[in-house]
Design a protein around this ligand. Structure first.
Ligand SMILES: Nc1ncnc2c1ncn2[C@@H]1O[C@H](COP(=O)(O)OP(=O)(O)OP(=O)(O)O)[C@@H](O)[C@H]1O
Ligand SMILES: [Mg+2]
Length: 245
């Protein structure tokens, strides 16, 4: 599929991917692309395969056929830690922060890699603390004592410590209070302004349409629709059916 990516070269491409869990055929030939610096929304009802798409890109599940490309290179089958090192950040649905480690320690786990000087570590930490003042305030507090929204911020901040070129965000606003939803929205815009690409899985349709340049809509493991976010008419009965709104 020639997915238009606003003139930018694709950073992540998913090409005709078929993914199974055991005998269950979940993704039926999914193709999509995320351009450099682009925010792309991935929408669809519960259980259509949104998280599975992100897991397939991240190497957490292997597609039975099809390919995942990153910066033009085939990366299908590479383990998640290699993909993370190459520049793919991932914030899963359940956030997976370390509840007993402090905020600073959680962030530093993102820095445990070769070739990062102490000076660079400090710059990266200072940068995320500037973006997330609340994390700076709570830097000595255990991750498990943070609110849901703060934990989500910590998960995104930790992904940023790896200096990713793209971040796969799985339902970052799920279960958050409106004030926190607005903050996550701001963070998405900050990442966008830094030319970090984002593949955003969300149930919050208005937020996704505002934050994204393009969107894909999945239904039963297939891409049913993809277009500019501004071209989605949420009152269109077919779109309503796809989105379950
Ligand atoms: N580990 C697994 N083993 C077997 N089936 C799974 C597994 N994970 C997900 N599934 C099934 O695969 C389908 C797609 O799941 P997936 O989590 O990708 O959907 P989703 O679009 O992210 O849904 P949600 O909006 O609920 O997060 C669902 O039918 C789900 O039950
Ligand atoms: Mg999901």
């Amino acid at each position: 599929m020639s997915s238009a990516t606003e003139g930018a070269e694709p950073l992540v491409s998913v090409e005709d991917v078929h993914t199974y869990y055991g005998k269950s055929h979940i993704l039926h030939g999914v193709s999509l692309a995320v351009g450099v610096g682009e925010v792309v929304g991935l929408l669809g009802r519960n259980g259509v395969g949104k998280s599975t798409t992100l897991k397939t890109i991240m190497g957490l599940v292997q597609p039975r056929s099809g390919a995942v490309l990153f910066a033009g290179k085939r990366v299908t089958g590479l383990p998640p830690h290699k993909l993370a090192r190459m520049g793919i950040g991932y914030v899963p649905e359940d956030r997976r922060i370390f509840r007993l480690l402090t905020v600073s320690e959680n962030l530093r786990t993102g820095l445990d890699r070769h070739g990062v000087t102490e000076e660079r570590r400090k710059i990266l930490l200072d940068k995320v603390f500037t973006y997330f003042p609340v994390l700076a305030e709570r830097r000595g507090q255990a991750g498990g004592t943070l609110s849901g929204g703060e934990q989500q911020m910590l998960a995104i901040a930790r992904a940023m410590m790896l200096e990713p070129r793209v971040i796969l965000l799985d339902e970052p606003t799920e279960g958050l209070m409106p004030r926190m939803v607005a903050q996550i929205r701001t963070i998405i815009d900050v990442l966008h302004s830094e030319r970090i690409s984002i593949l955003l899985v969300e149930q919050n349709v208005p937020l996704t349409l505002e934050a994204s340049q393009r969107v894909y809509i999945l239904e039963k493991g297939c891409v049913r629709h993809h277009c500019a976010a501004s071209a989605i008419d949420v009152n269109d009965p077919l779109i309503k059916q796809y989105l379950g709104v």
